[in-house]
Design a protein around this ligand. Structure first.
Ligand SMILES: NC(=O)c1ccc[n+]([C@@H]2O[C@H](COP(=O)([O-])OP(=O)(O)OC[C@H]3O[C@@H](n4cnc5c(N)ncnc54)[C@H](OP(=O)(O)O)[C@@H]3O)[C@@H](O)[C@H]2O)c1
Length: 310
């Protein structure tokens, strides 16, 4: 990845932080984005890479910049895109890693379920706007002839999503802790269906212009349960410590999916850690994928944040 710029969301902790470290070791310059992204995160990433020693084979030291972005706010995603434009940043690779499990239903300032907006709606907005604004080096424009690459972090949970309703895809009612994983699954089903449609739309023939890969990193000990009630936190931390591995192994795979030339002529693949699998049948349903795409565009257009279709 020497000399290429990569954007990774949610690199302030867990899987994203570990993946960012590995991408820096591979020589990629990074833009990291999340709510808390700032100089402190840049310092932490640099310190970790320095402590591990320079593993790059060649090239100038990679750059790292951190820009704050809140996926729970379309306005924040828009500001982030404007900031990228003002910096003239263009990416060969984007890792859509940021995600959240909310402990209960909450509405965003845009009027949507927070988990749905963070895990899916804003990723649609970010991905499509990166392409439309030319922030991505599609195969046509890339200097090295390699297709641009999008890697999405989804979850095997997408298979246990509730059924998709006939009416109003994005209207999720009230739920508490007992139901939050169900609605997390729903948001990841939409994300996974979106990756299928994104891949199809941008690769209409045999030539891959945009490699779109989707991954479930497996259950890991990260900050994912941070929104759980504080009274349960000690128990959750203990359970995570006893039952789940840290994010290191998953980060190896995510960095591999982001960097390896092995995937240059592939797109639309889904991995559960390193195992290639089919997405849930609903995520592969072209009708559902087209409907999710269309209705998301309508939602974004209503909010005045959408532009044209590809
Ligand atoms: N842990 C697991 O067992 C597991 C299993 C399957 C899939 N996953 C997926 O793996 C990905 C990484 O999660 P993780 O396990 O590493 O959890 P984590 O440690 O909680 O990391 C989540 C990252 O997402 C960012 N984020 C959360 N809400 C955000 C928002 N509103 N706007 C922008 N960024 C936001 C956080 O940064 P800020 O706080 O700075 O915003 C953080 O960097 C997620 O997509 C998750 O769904 C995790």
């Amino acid at each position: 990845m020497n000399g290429s710029w990569c954007l990774i969301t949610g690199a302030s902790s867990g899987l994203g932080f570990e993946t960012a470290v590995r991408l820096l070791h591979r020589g990629a310059s990074l833009t990291v984005a999340s709510r808390s992204a700032g100089p402190e995160l840049v310092r932490r990433l640099r310190a970790r890479v320095e402590a591990e020693g320079d593993r790059r084979s060649a090239g100038a030291a990679p750059e790292v910049e951190a820009i704050a972005m809140d996926l729970a706010s379309f306005a924040s995603v828009e500001s982030f895109l404007e900031e990228l434009e003002s910096r003239g940043r263009r990416f060969a690779t984007v890792v859509f890693n940021a995600g959240a499990v909310a402990s209960r239903a909450r509405r965003t300032e845009d009027g949507y379920d927070e988990m749905l907006q963070v895990n899916f709606l804003s990723n649609h907005l970010l991905a499509t706007r990166l392409i439309e604004s030319g922030r991505i080096e599609l195969a046509v424009s890339a200097g090295n002839g390699r297709p641009a690459r999008f890697v999405f972090v989804s979850s095997e949970a997408h298979r246990s999503s509730p059924d998709v309703p006939e009416a109003d895809l994005f209207e999720i009612g009230n739920y508490g802790m007992g139901q939050s994983v169900r609605w997390y699954a729903y948001s990841k089903l939409f994300l996974t269906a979106f990756t299928e449609e994104l891949s199809r739309l941008h690769n209409p023939d045999d030539r891959v212009r945009l490699t779109v890969l989707t991954m479930c990193p497996g259950a890991m000990r990260t900050g994912i349960a941070r929104d759980a009630p504080s009274i349960l936190q000690p128990l959750i931390r203990l359970a995570l410590r006893l039952a789940f591995p840290g994010p290191e192994k998953s980060a190896e795979m995510l960095a591999h999916l982001a960097a390896s030339p092995e995937f240059d002529s592939h797109t639309g693949l889904y991995f559960h850690l390193s195992t290639r699998k089919e997405k849930d049948v609903r995520a592969r349903d072209p009708e559902l994928a087209a409907r999710v795409w269309r209705e998301t565009k309508e939602v974004l257009a209503c909010r005045g944040v959408s532009s044209h279709d590809q």
